[in-house]
Design a protein around this ligand. Structure first.
Ligand code: UT7
Length: 331
């Protein structure tokens, strides 16, 4: 039976580092508040003109190099982002062109914080059915340009950030390895708990000066409501995906939770009864890069030697939609 294996991983972040003190200079917040409530110490934001596609390109080159392959060997691209460079087309085609990958299919997945897990499930289905062999999954976000960098926007501006992660996937006949199971969900009742209202095709024009004046182009979040659901849905989903894969929590070598808030990760860990060495967090250095948090963390774990062949890995995400889900993998 064919399964999907990870052949290479990579990540990239802008070189511009924004510290909590930098934000404290432009809004009413403090390093103490941000660290205590979120765990974040610093994040990376793009400079003028630096795009999500450019970050994805750097991450993809790193993943291809790690896989020992090049763009010519790719059969498809799945690009997860909630912040495409333009309303249309999606960013997959920009990545295809900039990589020089030939006229292979390139699709965008727009499931926000759960984007990487959903993108992985599409790529996995393509590979297991034999439709495509080598699939590049890239997840990249530029959230900083949707931030209200003033006191009015402080509940999101201190959290969200920019970055990209990428993985090269391919088939393996080694039954003991690869992606084992997914657990995916949505609940659109909460669509407006974490959203960007405009520009939108329901408006004519798609964004008006009045809407801009009201700040409706900024990312808006009901933080408490998102938090409350995240700490329930993520552990529930990890339990479900491990059960589907035939493993208990004791078999789990590593859990990579979406990096939304360190307190959320800690509550997920406690709920699941996991040890510190079983959960990876890096939000302190990157903030919340939406779809990119999991592949950035995965690449760091791989490069630090935290995963050996045969190890059981789970990843779980929750966010805007609400959309959430998990994947179980035997490395
Ligand atoms: O990526 C997936 C989706 N995102 C998430 O999962 C994020 C989930 N939510 C959260 O992480 C948290 O709700 C936040 C970090 C956003 C907020 O933390 P909180 O503990 O829920 O704080 P709060 O919203 O209840 O605000 C408490 C106080 C408020 O002041 P008052 O009304 O008590 O006077 C806020 O105005 O903290 C204030 N506040 C801030 N103060 C300083 C909110 N943001 C800030 C800030 N600096 N940056």
């Amino acid at each position: 039976m064919t399964r999907t294996a990870f052949l290479g991983t990579g990540h990239a972040v802008p070189d511009r580092v924004v510290t909590n003190d930098d934000l404290s200079r432009v809004m009413d917040t403090s390093d103490e508040w941000i660290t205590t409530r979120t765990g974040i110490r610093e994040r990376h934001w793009v400079r003028e003109g630096e795009t999500g596609a450019a970050l994805a390109l750097r991450a993809s080159h790193a993943a291809l190099a790690a896989a020992g392959t090049g763009p010519d060997d790719l059969d498809a691209i799945v690009y997860a982002t909630s912040t495409p460079d333009h309303f249309a087309p999606g960013n997959g085609v920009y990545l295809q062109h900039q990589l020089g990958a030939g006229s292979i299919p390139a699709i965008d997945i727009r499931t926000q914080c759960s984007g990487f897990v959903y993108a992985l499930s599409v790529a996995d289905a393509w590979i297991r059915t034999g439709q495509y062999r080598h699939v590049l999954v890239a997840a990249a976000e530029v959230q900083s340009t949707a931030m209200d960098v003033s006191t009015a926007g402080r509940n999101t501006a201190v959290i969200f950030a920019d970055g990209a992660g990428a993985v090269v996937l391919g088939p393996t006949d080694d039954a003991g390895r690869g992606i084992l199971a997914f657990d995916l969900h949505s609940d659109g009742r909460y669509a407006e708990k974490l959203w960007v209202d405009v520009p939108g095709s329901m408006y004519h024009p798609r964004v008006s000066p009045e809407q801009l004046a009201e700040g409706r182009h900024f990312l808006q979040m009901d933080g408490k409501e998102v938090f409350r659901h995240a700490v329930e849905r993520m552990p529930e989903s990890v339990r479900a995906v491990l059960q589907r894969a035939g493993f208990g929590l004791d078999a789990l070598k590593l859990l990579i939770p979406h990096q939304a808030n360190l307190r959320i990760s800690e509550m997920v860990q406690r709920n699941l009864g996991l040890r510190d060495d079983q959960v990876y967090n890096n939000i302190m250095c990157y903030g919340n890069t939406t779809a990119a948090t999991i592949p950035i963390a995965l690449d760091e774990c791989v490069r630090a030697g935290r995963l050996a062949p045969g190890d059981v890995l789970a990843m779980t995400a929750f966010g805007s939609g609400f959309l959430w889900g998990s994947a179980a993998i035997r490395w």
